[in-house]
Design a binder for this molecule. Sequence first.
Ligand code: FMN
Length: 229
Amino acid sequence: MKLTNDPAVTVTDALNTRITVRDFQDMPVPEETLRQILTTAQRSASGGNLQPWHVHVMTGEKLAGFKEDALAMAQAGHRDEPTHQAYPSPLWEPQRSWRYKLGEDMYGLIGIEKDNKMGRLMWLMQNIKFFDAPVGIIITGDKRLEMPQYMDIGIYTQSLMLLAREAGLHTAPQGWWRNWHTVCHKHLDIPEEDEVLVGMSMGYANTDAAVNKLYADRAPMEDVVKFYS
Ligand SMILES: Cc1cc2nc3c(=O)[nH]c(=O)nc-3n(C[C@H](O)[C@H](O)[C@H](O)COP(=O)(O)O)c2cc1C
């Protein structure tokens, strides 16, 4: 797929043209566009209409200060215990291989070899800069939520990603921030009873960046869907 910032015009188009963008242009998103996306995303479904997402959106100087602090913490060797583990451990097949291949494909594109552990680690730190996106989002939820509400927050997250595509924007969902909640609580007005669940970079994709040429594999539909009649 050739990555483009052209707006998606159908849901199919939005899904097919959405990828996790890990290199953004230094171009602000108009506040009105951002507000429109966040307003429409409120239409996301949730069990019992609980709407369990709490959304913290940073731009401009606020985002710059947040990133600066996060980077300083990282450089000082700080890292939080994650609010939730990213994956089950140990991971089983085929998910284990899919995860492995994603990493190999991504690092292959940007030319960081497997034995260059430090290089890969350093590259991961792009997460802490929200991949240079002009918008950084942290989504929190009450610690008392149950699994179905995490699904609701996933649905909301997908709404943001698809609406962003309709506005000619791209996104990177970031579980990364579950490991960096100290900085989130320090800079944002997060209620005491909430925890960091996921973050997101949003902005205009740098369409020429090698890392943005990753169009991650998917299993064929027939492998995961069973039809009954
Ligand atoms: C909940 C969630 C958390 C993710 N966290 C990160 C992250 O912290 N850093 C990152 O680079 N990608 C992250 N990703 C992106 C996934 O690696 C990506 O969605 C997957 O490899 C499929 O690729 P695609 O989004 O380009 O289609 C996350 C995706 C999801 C849905």
